[in-house]
Write a protein that binds this ligand. Structure first.
Ligand SMILES: *[C@@H]1O[C@H](CO)[C@@H](O)[C@H](O)[C@H]1NC(C)=O
Ligand SMILES: *[C@@H]1O[C@H](CO)[C@@H](O)[C@H](O)[C@H]1NC(C)=O
Ligand SMILES: *[C@@H]1O[C@H](CO)[C@@H](O)[C@H](O)[C@H]1NC(C)=O
Ligand SMILES: *[C@@H]1O[C@H](CO)[C@@H](O)[C@H](O)[C@H]1NC(C)=O
Ligand SMILES: *[C@@H]1O[C@H](CO)[C@@H](O)[C@H](O)[C@H]1NC(C)=O
Ligand SMILES: *[C@@H]1O[C@H](CO)[C@@H](O)[C@H](O)[C@H]1NC(C)=O
Ligand SMILES: *[C@@H]1O[C@H](CO)[C@@H](O)[C@H](O)[C@H]1NC(C)=O
Ligand SMILES: *[C@@H]1O[C@H](CO)[C@@H](O)[C@H](O)[C@H]1NC(C)=O
Length: 420
């Protein structure tokens, strides 16, 4: 081969390899996330994504412990998350406050009992930095306590004791594992209350008992009446795995870590059970199907991003590298679905689980979480990647082209030069 051809091949290989999104593209994803998030769980998921990407030292799932929280935490140290907590307090129904310890009130008016709790950690952080400052007639800490009491004492439960995801009847949704237990655990750590952390663990356990199928994937919605979904919805499995991971990491970094070893190892095996089961169904394009084991359903970038984040985090919190390659494969493919205006495309419609939608607020947040996890994993040494490649995402086929226009032009120009 001529030198020219070699040079061209080298340039082309380089172009095909670098598949991570650039910071400017991630910024667009971020802007879209902020523009299109509407519902309580979308804002809660966004709050977590913001915390993990911008303020990792306060996040319970980073490679280092956030506990104990800084004593003089300033709202500037987590301003975007604080803004969301503040807005949530403004949207709270001010006429629902109670003083009774056994009667709570939801953080936001919502037919879902569980979803508003996804904002609970942000409100607790806002309380730490403002010392229970009042907004809309109630302090941050008092609103958080009312949310806790609401979950513990007001929301219906199944006969097993699982806290319902719905306010009007006892019904379990895999989604709830992301919304509720992480808040209970974080609250327990801040208040030195081990029984609350145990309750977070117990809720994960009860949800698993009710939802796990014999193929180790979880069903989406069971119990009660109305719409039920016994299928293994990919995003629901992602919510469950990512929620349990938060509880696990919160315990691991807390003052109760050594007292709660068994709970941590159970949670780890329940998370891995889902990731391992799902790994067998990844498509040749590197994505999960919307119903994981129903390979006739479309390939969904939203859930794939959430799974990617979870696999990297198991590594960055020091538990296992067994899922990092799967994460890189998924994140590589998801990155190729981000369009030039910053939307994650080919995503499930979050309001209609069986259908593909044009855009998804939670998918935007999942992508930010996945890159927060990737960056943490990359900067702490890429444990488990098995090579010294600068860009492990490049080892997988989901190569994206939009983020490398310059390289593409150079490669094409070189190609022309070689053939002419
Ligand atoms: C979620 O945040 C948006 C602003 O980004 C706001 O308009 C909306 O009311 C919030 N939703 C809830 C339920 O508070
Ligand atoms: C606010 O709370 C009051 C008192 O509980 C209730 O009657 C009203 O329906 C609530 N409003 C919303 C929007 O949830
Ligand atoms: C809120 O902050 C106050 C004052 O710093 C503290 O006493 C209270 O326990 C906190 N509440 C919660 C629910 O964390
Ligand atoms: C822990 O929190 C629960 C729920 O608020 C409460 O009933 C219990 O008394 C607390 N335990 C301790 C030791 O503070
Ligand atoms: C997916 O797994 C569930 C639980 O094992 C099973 O009931 C269902 O039939 C499977 N779906 C397909 C399409 O194989
Ligand atoms: C990116 O996707 C969004 C949502 O589907 C769409 O509205 C937008 O037009 C797309 N941008 C481009 C440049 O195609
Ligand atoms: C991964 O980290 C290395 C330094 O450890 C850095 O040079 C490289 O740019 C990072 N890769 C990505 C894709 O961020
Ligand atoms: C990930 O893949 C690389 C390259 O194929 C391999 O060397 C490495 O051992 C894999 N990592 C794990 C934890 O299996």
């Amino acid at each position: 081969m001529t030198h020219r051809t070699l040079l061209v091949l080298g340039l082309l290989a380089r172009w095909a390899e670098a598949t991570h999104l650039r910071p400017s593209r991630i910024q667009q994803v971020w802007d879209v996330m902020n523009q299109i998030s509407v519902y309580s769980w979308e804002n809660g998921t966004r709050a977590e994504a913001l915390l993990e990407y911008n303020y990792p030292s306060l996040s319970p799932i980073s490679s280092s412990s956030p506990f104990p929280l800084p004593q003089n935490l300033n709202t500037d140290q987590f301003s975007q998350v604080y803004d969301l907590a503040h807005m949530t307090m403004q949207n709270r129904n001010s006429s629902t406050s109670t003083d009774s310890p056994f009667q709570g009130a939801t953080l936001l008016p919502d037919g879902a009992a569980g979803d508003p709790a996804s904002l609970g950690i942000s409100v607790l952080l806002a309380n730490v930095s403002t010392h229970n400052e009042q907004v809309n007639g109630i302090g941050y800490g008092d609103a958080a306590r009312e949310e806790l009491d609401y979950l513990l004492y007001d929301v219906p439960r199944t006969s097993s004791g699982a806290i319902s995801h719905r306010a009007d009847q006892a019904q379990l949704w895999s989604d709830s594992v992301y919304m509720v237990p992480p808040f209970l655990a974080y609250y327990g750590v801040l208040h030195n209350n081990q029984s609350l952390i145990q309750e977070a663990y117990t809720q994960c356990s009860l949800y698993r008992q009710a939802l796990k199928t014999d193929n180790n994937l979880w069903m989406h919605i069971v119990d009660g009446s109305g719409f039920l979904d016994y299928g293994c919805w990919a995003t629901g499995n992602g919510w469950a795995a990512a929620g349990m991971l938060r509880v696990l990491a919160t315990i691991k970094y807390s003052q109760f870590s050594s007292a709660m070893q068994q709970q941590q190892s159970d949670l780890q095996s329940w998370i891995e059970e889902i990731l391992t089961a799902a790994s067998g169904y990844i498509s040749k394009n590197g994505l999960l199907h919307n119903y994981i084991n129903d390979t006739g359903t479309f390939e969904d970038a939203a859930s794939s991003a959430l799974f990617a984040a979870t696999g990297y985090r198991l590594s960055t919190i020091g538990l296992t590298n067994a899922h990092v390659n799967m994460s890189s494969q998924l994140l590589s493919a998801v990155s190729s679905k981000v369009n030039s205006t910053g939307f994650v495309t080919q995503v499930v419609d979050p309001l209609s689980f069986g259908e593909q939608g044009k855009a998804s607020p939670e998918a935007q947040s999942f992508l930010i979480m996945a890159y927060a996890a990737f960056n943490d994993w990359n900067s702490t040494g890429r444990a488990g990647s098995g090579d010294s490649d600068d860009d492990p995402l490049g080892n997988y086929g989901g190569a994206t082209t939009i983020d490398r226009p310059v390289e593409l032009i150079i490669a094409l120009a070189a190609l022309l030069w070689a053939v002419l």
